[in-house]
Write a protein that binds this ligand. Structure first.
Ligand code: AMP
Ligand code: ZN
Ligand code: FE
Ligand code: FE
Length: 296
């Protein structure tokens, strides 16, 4: 069977088909929407299901679940962990995780502590360059447990030290710039184990952005459950390539916009629409998983 062309042209759906967006951020990490605003925009975009995948946190999941319930949208819990495999940075999405699981919360707390330390180090470097940015300003602006470079950048703009967020990254925050501090990464194997023991499935996010396709078969052997074939930054050719790869490695297929609200230009929500049949397959994989508890 030829797949529907709509899946290669995100958003160009066949009428009547239902869609999901499984990669979304809120202001609980580096997005600009509250969970309620994100859910509202999802409803406007006609989404039937949404997953929240904030970086290194599950803080927004409870509110997002409530907002989705009110709007009649199916909600899937999630997070996006920054991990490392043989020197390559990979982002691992954890879906269906139990957001109350003590070990998951413990580990996440460690990632968040490291992120907060990293903000202090970035601010200290900026101070050494002569700009009196205060860490408190960054933390107040971030107002979440998982602060990162965008929050430092926004604080630099707010305090009048940089004209735009882009300028802040160019001058201070980009890799190799004076206030750039590498981010802590757990091993991909540990991240996948953490996701699994919290009852979730581990999916490699946006492989098209990571330029390390050769490691995907090894990740699959180590427990990877799925591949994010559809993503705002994937071309149709890339989506087709990853669909074939997912098929040959028996990985589930996922997709999402990776919307960060207004923090990276225009909101991307609604730009990638994953046909709901893929979500059903993901749920089947979830039910078959050894660590699985009943879905509802
Ligand atoms: P962090 O996780 O703290 O390293 O921050 C990563 C975030 O910074 C991601 O959401 C990126 O999209 C964002 N980012 C990276 N480079 C830039 C840039 N040049 N301008 C704006 N945001 C950026
Ligand atoms: Zn992000
Ligand atoms: Fe990512
Ligand atoms: Fe993301």
């Amino acid at each position: 069977m030829n797949p529907s062309p709509s899946i290669f042209r995100p958003g160009a759906g066949v009428s009547g088909e239902l869609f999901a967006d499984l990669h979304l951020h809120t202001l609980f990490s580096d997005g600009t929407f509250s969970p309620e605003e994100l859910a509202r925009r999802g409803a406007q975009a006609g989404l039937a299901a949404m997953a929240l995948t904030d970086h290194d946190t599950v803080e927004g999941c409870a509110r997002m679940a409530g907002a989705c319930r009110t709007l009649g949208i199916e909600f899937i819990t999630g997070t996006e962990l920054t991990a490392e495999f043989e020197g390559h940075e990979v982002h691992l999405l954890g879906y269906f995780i139990d957001t109350q699981q003590p070990r998951l919360l413990d580990e996440i707390k460690k990632f968040q502590a490291v992120r907060q330390e990293r903000v202090l180090e970035m601010v200290s470097r900026i101070n050494k360059l002569g700009l009196p940015l205060r860490a408190e300003t960054v933390f107040a602006l971030a107002n979440c447990q998982s602060p990162g470079r965008p929050h430092v950048g926004r604080a630099l703009v707010q305090e009048g030290f940089c004209a735009t967020l882009e300028a802040a990254f160019e001058r201070f925050l980009k890799k190799g710039r004076p206030a750039w501090v590498p981010k802590y990464k757990i091993s991909a194997a540990d991240a996948m184990e953490l996701i699994h023991q919290a009852g979730g499935l581990a999916v490699m996010a946006h492989p098209g952005l990571n330029h390390c396709d050769h490691i995907i078969p090894q990740l699959a052997r180590d427990g990877l459950d799925g591949l994010e074939c559809f993503h705002s930054k994937h071309s149709g050719t890339q989506s087709r390539y990853y669909l074939a790869l997912a098929g040959s490695l028996h990985l589930a297929v996922t997709g999402g916009s990776d919307c960060h609200g207004f923090s990276k230009g225009k909101p991307l929500i609604g730009g990638v629409k994953l046909p709901l049949a893929y979500l059903e397959k993901l749920k089947e994989a979830r039910r078959a998983h050894p660590a699985a508890a009943p879905l509802h």
